[in-house]
Design a protein around this ligand. Structure first.
Ligand code: CS2
Ligand code: MG
Length: 402
């Protein structure tokens, strides 16, 4: 089999998605997600200008060699743009292989290790009351794991707290907006939220929280410690992880489980965190970690240290990424949970897919490949619109962690 062509499709059915379509000489095509929130066109250009010309003529079954060729051959290794581009190609090649062999991708990885993929939903509200109501709605929908974020008294708008509840979108149209942030107010508020949630919902539901890299290590340690009575499933991104050693300080003070990695793109980003057992869940996902080929390597490495996978699954990862991620998660032995922020009906219509939600689990379906397609005619009706994540400043104007 030979790759004959590939093209990049950019579409914005409510939010921007970059999709790679790879064609073969046997009439089979594969799809890969290449979306990098707020930097979409950089990945599109990297693929069209630099990778696609080198991809044509290769055998799609040699996905390992193609991965190594693009990773090692470029000389310039790693980084989100490079790795999302390689990731898109890799996802498309696994899709082609599954279709050619008439089997779902999870069978190529080693088959089912479980019957469904436990997912967590996003409950968020302006205050504790509204957040409790939202958690109640997710529990009623059958979710077994729920992430809770609440507005903070005295802070105008809080990242992660949205007007649209079921279809929360982190980026905003136009140039980046700026939010104000106060760590002091946040640290006082969050334990009150989780105390109220445990009182109302008891012990059966898994509760999660995302700190969005906003804290210093000692502040993160304090938050983890103050949340211990409420037994979180995880506390996510408590502090930025460029300096992986920061997590030693957090670990010295708290047993609240930690989840990190949605901004990671290679195994090197998590090397010390994993080897020193400084985290409990690795959140890197298929597209941003160079595809299934590299994410599998990260997961196997993490498994040696009893760290489980908890892949990022916000709305800015397209249904193509979600499809690939579900096959990966159905197989991966050290699975924890998968994030599931529901896509809008417009997005779902552009990306017809076989996965479905059942009683707190996503089931990938048995369609050959990863089971997600694109309706190109519909996609063409939604042209790209610039949109960015907000930027954060402290109350005195200091630029703060993302
Ligand atoms: C968040 C995301 O889902 C999460 O855990 O951190 O909303 C994240 O901010 C966006 O996906 C960034 O593009
Ligand atoms: Mg997050």
């Amino acid at each position: 089999m030979k790759i004959t062509d590939a093209k990049v499709l950019i579409s914005s059915p409510g939010r921007n998605f970059v999709t790679l379509k790879v064609y073969t000489d046997q009439g089979i095509y594969g799809l890969g997600d290449a979306t990098l929130n707020g930097r979409e066109l950089a990945v599109a250009a990297y693929l069209s200008e630099h990778l696609i010309p080198c991809l044509i003529g290769r055998d799609p079954f040699q996905s390992e060699d193609i991965w190594q060729y693009f990773y090692r051959g470029a000389y310039w290794r790693r980084g989100p743009v490079t790795m999302a581009s390689i990731g898109a190609i890799d996802i498309a090649l696994w899709d082609i292989k599954g279709k050619a062999l008439n089997t779902p991708v999870y069978n190529l990885l080693g088959g089912k290790s479980r019957t469904g993929v436990m997912v967590y939903g996003h409950a968020n509200g302006r205050d504790i009351e509204e957040t409790m109501d939202e958690v109640g709605k997710y529990a009623a929908m059958g979710y077994r794991a729920i992430r809770a974020q609440s507005g903070i008294p005295g802070i105008l708008s809080t990242y992660g707290v949205a007007k649209d509840k079921l279809y929360y979108e982190p980026a905003e149209k136009g140039l980046p907006t700026e939010n104000l942030w106060s760590t002091e107010k946040y640290l006082l508020h969050v334990p009150k939220l989780f105390e109220a949630l445990r009182l109302k919902f008891g012990d059966d539901v898994h509760l999660l929280h995302d700190a969005h890299h906003r804290l210093t290590p000692i502040e993160a340690a304090r938050l983890g410690k103050s949340l211990e009575p409420y037994r979180l499933f995880w506390l996510e991104d408590p502090t930025p992880a460029e300096n992986q050693a920061s997590f030693r300080l957090i670990r010295q003070h708290t047993v609240t489980p930690l989840a990190v990695g949605e901004v990671f793109n290679t195994i090197w980003d998590c090397k010390d965190l994993v080897q020193e057992q400084l985290i409990d869940f690795l959140r890197t996902t298929v597209v941003h970690a160079g595809g299934i080929t590299h994410l599998r390597r990260c997961a196997d490495f993490a498994a040696l240290y009893q760290i489980r996978m908890g892949c990022h699954g916000a709305t800015d990862l397209s249904p193509v990424c979600m499809g690939a991620s579900l096959h990966f998660n159905l197989w991966v032995p050290n699975f924890g949970v998968q994030e599931y922020m529901r896509h809008t009906p417009e997005t779902d219509a552009v990306f017809p897919h076989g996965y479905s939600f059942e009683r707190g689990y996503l089931i990938p379906g048995d369609t050959p490949g990863h089971g997600v397609d694109i309706d190109e005619t519909l996609a063409a009706k939604y042209p790209y619109r610039p949109a960015y994540l907000p930027v954060n400043r402290l109350e005195d104007g200091t630029l703060w962690h993302w």
